[in-house]
Design a protein around this ligand. Structure first.
Ligand SMILES: NC(=O)c1ccc[n+]([C@@H]2O[C@H](COP(=O)([O-])OP(=O)(O)OC[C@H]3O[C@@H](n4cnc5c(N)ncnc54)[C@H](O)[C@@H]3O)[C@@H](O)[C@H]2O)c1
Ligand SMILES: O=C(O)[C@H](O)[C@H](O)COP(=O)(O)O
Length: 388
């Protein structure tokens, strides 16, 4: 029997991997070499640094899987030199991130006044998550511009430079991997100079990695530029965001943009498929069997006459304001505790992520058109039912 070590925050591990061996669940951020030494299979999330020091005592390893899109926590070169197969879960939570960013923009439009439909939104990084945001926005009729120098020569969509995107867009949403080297490195892509160049009243959303924005510079710029509105799901220095930044942010959450039930299940399921391939076995389990059925049998929709009614429908799926409120409370309470209580084990940021009640994606809700107006576009937004 194999020994499988899995992050305690990874759902459905028992259901998918239980037949293959014994499963030990661990706190991923605190996983130590001694704990990892007997693992045949290591299943992690973004908080575990998988590298030579974690695996120094392990001679058994047959597979490492990360149920995430990002791979910046994995030393893939090291795994390759040891011949250990590795897989992440590309795209697993892209829909979740897309819907999160879209809902955040609706919330901001409601709060600041004005219509999201009248804005031009720039997507920086037009891969899986960036494209998922674009899909929601385009379904609603919002103009979207893309910047992605890495794929622009091989992708049929239109792309513009980052400077042009900053000059033309009212809203900018970041969807790049974190990279520290190379022509297109993203570490501090939004440094002080670039933040200063944002046009008046820009909304800036970061749902990728905290260090894509220089957070210290962001505090400095935002203190001088109250016109800029911020949505931050990711923070420099997680799990310890700069506390001074939080009150300057309109919507603040602890790296949970990708936390839909479907997104997390997809992540674990993709690793199950990869491991079965490595082992030369049939992957005979299904992901849909894991998920609860549609969250609500159906919801009757007569019309979506305005932005407010769309926001109400979106809030029926996910009320982002709840996470924002809890985040502020959790982090502020956390900072008032003595340092020894605020250890990794008790970190409010991680605890909120661990205890997070995963939302469903739009597709989990079946809509029925009971009116005469055109609401078919809601299917393009991701909902089930209408027009199908
Ligand atoms: N907040 C969350 O919960 C959450 C969830 C999922 C992913 N993420 C993060 O978001 C990142 C993006 O995810 P994805 O699924 O879209 O990845 P992806 O690989 O599908 O797309 C990333 C895109 O960014 C582009 N890119 C790279 N460098 C760039 C640069 N300098 N400027 C512009 N574009 C650049 C790439 O060409 C690619 O098209 C992940 O790497 C991960 O770090 C965060
Ligand atoms: O890269 C990703 O897929 C996301 O950042 C992911 O949602 C992070 O979640 P975690 O692995 O930390 O639970």
């Amino acid at each position: 029997m194999m020994k499988i070590i899995a992050d305690e925050n990874m759902p459905y591990v028992q259901e998918l991997f239980g037949d293959l061996g014994t499963i030990e669940t661990v706190n991923g951020r605190e996983l130590a070499p001694e704990q990892a030494k007997d693992a045949d299979v290591l299943l992690v999330r973004s908080v575990t640094q998988v590298n030579g020091s974690l695996l120094a005592l392990n001679n058994n390893l047959k597979f490492v899987g990360s149920a995430t899109i990002g791979t910046d926590h994995i030393d893939t070169d090291y795994l390759a030199t040891r011949g250990v197969p590795f897989s992440n879960a590309p795209g697993c939570n892209a829909t979740a991130v897309g819907e999160f960013a879209f809902i955040a923009m609706l919330e901001l439009a409601n709060r600041c006044g004005g219509q999201l439909k009248d804005k031009t939104v720039g997507i920086v990084g037009a891969g899986n998550t960036g494209s998922a945001v674009a899909k929601c926005l385009q379904a609603y009729g919002v103009t979207v511009l893309l910047h992605d120098p890495v794929i622009q020569d091989s992708d049929p969509r239109d792309f513009i430079s980052l400077d042009e995107l900053i000059a033309r867009c009212d809203v900018i949403s970041l969807h790049v991997p974190i990279t520290k080297t190379g022509e297109h490195k993203t570490w501090y892509l939004f440094d002080e100079a670039r933040l200063n160049s944002l046009k008046q009243g820009t909304w800036l959303l970061n749902c990728c990695r905290g260090e894509v924005i220089d957070n210290r510079a962001l505090i400095k710029v935002k203190l001088k530029r109250p016109d800029i509105k911020l949505v931050l799901d990711v923070w420099e220095g997680e799990p310890n965001p700069m506390h001074e930044l939080i009150p300057l942010v309109e919507l603040a959450t602890p790296h949970i943009a990708g936390y839909s039930l479907e997104g997390k299940a997809r992540g674990t399921f993709m690793l199950y498929q990869q491991l079965m391939q490595v082992l030369g076995k049939d992957a005979d389990k299904s992901m849909t069997a894991l998920l609860p059925s549609l969250w609500s049998v159906q919801l009757d929709i007569e019309s979506i006459p305005n932005q407010k009614s769309l926001l109400q429908l979106a809030r029926f799926i996910y009320d982002l304001r709840d996470d924002d409120e809890l985040f502020r409370k959790t982090i502020l309470d956390d900072s008032s505790k003595p340092p020894q209580v605020n250890s990794l084990n008790n970190n409010g940021f991680d605890l909120m992520r661990k205890n997070h009640l995963h939302r469903r994606e739009f597709s989990a809700l079946r809509l029925v058109n009971t009116g005469h107006s055109d609401v078919n576009w809601l299917t393009n937004l991701g909902f089930s039912g209408i027009g199908q």
